[in-house]
Write a protein that binds this ligand. Structure first.
Ligand SMILES: [Fe+2]
Length: 180
């Protein structure tokens, strides 16, 4: 398994878009946090989050996105569970494990939390779980953050309120890397 720093360097080389790289770091932080609920490997979960959109600098074709990334990661020797999660987050295969589901839900949650930070002085420190819960109900706010996908956390036993609150805390821990 590569280290967090190696994963970040890799995406910065592959994905020439700072916002996208920050998004991937945010998802990584959320993943690392929730690994403990499943007694899972926090490194695997965080690196999966950081690398999940690695192919987006190369393709935005929905048929390729996710499959191409998984292919690259397979060639780098990354574990099958990571490749499966990357394919599942792009809808190519069904979710089979908490890793898959938390990636799918966390991907969307990170977008909602980032949008909340942007209207709170661009600072995650100003974002509370309450802010995000209220905005979750406002369908027009950050409409790209799919609320039904965020709710999938409940299918692996994480209540929505906890998913939001702990997602905020997880992102606050890497606020510096996110520039928020
Ligand atoms: Fe993503």
């Amino acid at each position: 398994m590569m280290t967090r720093d190696e994963a970040i360097t890799l995406i910065q080389n592959k994905v020439p878009n700072d916002n996208l790289c920050r998004h991937m770091i945010a998802v990584g932080a959320i993943m690392r946090h929730f690994a403990s609920r499943f007694s899972a490997d926090p490194e695997l979960w965080e690196i999966t989050g950081i690398l999940h959109d690695i192919d987006l600098g190369t393709t935005d074709d929905p048929q390729l996105h996710g499959n191409l990334g998984a292919e690259w990661l397979g060639a780098m020797g990354m574990p099958p569970a990571m490749l499966q999660a990357v394919r599942a987050h792009a809808g190519h295969v069904p979710c089979e494990s908490p890793l898959d589901t938390v990636l799918l839900a966390g991907d969307q949650l990170s977008g909602l939390i980032t949008a909340c930070a942007l209207i709170k002085g661009r600072l995650l420190a100003n974002v509370t779980a309450d802010t995000v819960r209220k905005r979750f109900k406002e369908k027009r706010f950050a409409a790209g953050a799919d609320r039904e996908m965020i709710r999938l956390c409940e299918t692996v036993g994480i209540p929505l309120d906890e998913f939001i609150a702990e997602g905020v805390t997880a992102m606050q821990r890497v606020a510096h890397d996110l520039g928020l």
